[in-house]
Ligand binder design. Structure first.
Ligand code: DGL
Length: 271
């Protein structure tokens, strides 16, 4: 089945998941939506996040997507159940902080989770913590301001270093041996995170697991595209095209040009 895979995030963060998806599924077409105009989602109410997510999903369904990857921890936590209920004909793959593997492999019995306010307060995170991390100390930290820095492409700046030090040094002082990145924007801050954490803790990003899960769903449902023809990537934003284009080109592992890609505005998500 030659239809595209839909993928969306509150903004540019989900590009970190798209990178793993195209490595895992090199013969698939992708349509990415960044709701940068409404970003960040992390401070919004559950109802708002659900409404915004539904708008994007309607757009992706109109574009004939065969599955949709919710490349946003915040939207997964707030909206994936509703999306699965309201759009029951399509498969959704979500992302959540990798609390389970961190709890399983910690030696110090302490792990850190850096995520948005909405993700940390959401039922999904609380349930995973209760189920898999009952005997573990889970230090949570809201990454206030980090999503905005990534959206503005201010990744390697004094400000990002300062904020990350403020959030991560207390966790390291408490001897966490795993730090879970619970927001898809945060992997872009890895150069700064590495500077702070060095080898004192392992950083967990679940994007590759999401890519493997997406492949599994496609195979199980006979939706995999086995035609090795030209691949096509479409990127839409509710914000500024130039910012999206610059960001995607900076991080894409493949060269994007007019032959294999398209950048556009997603009007449907602008009210
Ligand atoms: N990338 C989103 C996530 O994974 C960022 C959330 C936000 O917009 O606040 O949670």
């Amino acid at each position: 089945m030659n239809n595209p895979i839909g993928i969306f995030d509150s903004g540019l963060g989900g590009i970190s998941v798209w990178i793993d998806l195209i490595k895992q599924l090199p013969n698939q077409h992708f349509i990415y939506v960044a709701d940068s105009e409404k970003c960040p989602y992390g401070e919004k109410s559950m109802e708002e996040i659900q409404k915004l997510s539904q708008n994007i999903v309607e757009f992706l369904i109109k574009k004939q997507c065969k599955v949709i990857v919710v490349a946003c921890n915040t939207a997964t936590s707030a909206a994936i159940q509703l999306l699965r209920k309201n759009f029951s004909a399509i498969y959704f793959i979500g992302i959540e902080p990798a609390t389970k593997p961190a709890a399983l492999y910690t030696k110090t019995g302490k792990i850190g989770v850096l995520a948005t306010k909405s993700t940390l307060n959401g039922d999904l995170f609380q349930q995973t913590k209760e189920k898999f991390a009952q005997n573990i100390e889970v230090l949570v930290q809201i990454g206030e301001g980090l999503v905005e820095l990534v959206e503005q492409n201010k990744v390697e700046t004094k400000k990002s270093l300062e904020l990350l030090e403020q959030y991560l040094l207390p966790m390291l002082a408490q001897k966490v041996d795993f730090i879970v990145l619970g927001c898809t924007h945060y992997p872009f801050l890895m150069p700064m995170i590495d500077k702070i954490v060095k080898n004192k803790a392992e950083i967990l990003n679940p994007a590759s697991a999401v890519a493997r899960q997406t492949e599994k769903i496609l195979i199980e449902n006979n939706l995999i595209h086995i035609n090795h023809q030209k691949k096509y990537y479409e990127f839409y934003t509710s914000g500024k095209i130039e910012i999206l284009k610059e960001f995607v080109n900076k991080y894409s592992p493949i060269i994007l040009d007019n032959e294999n890609s398209f950048f556009g505005i997603m009007k449907e998500v602008i009210e």
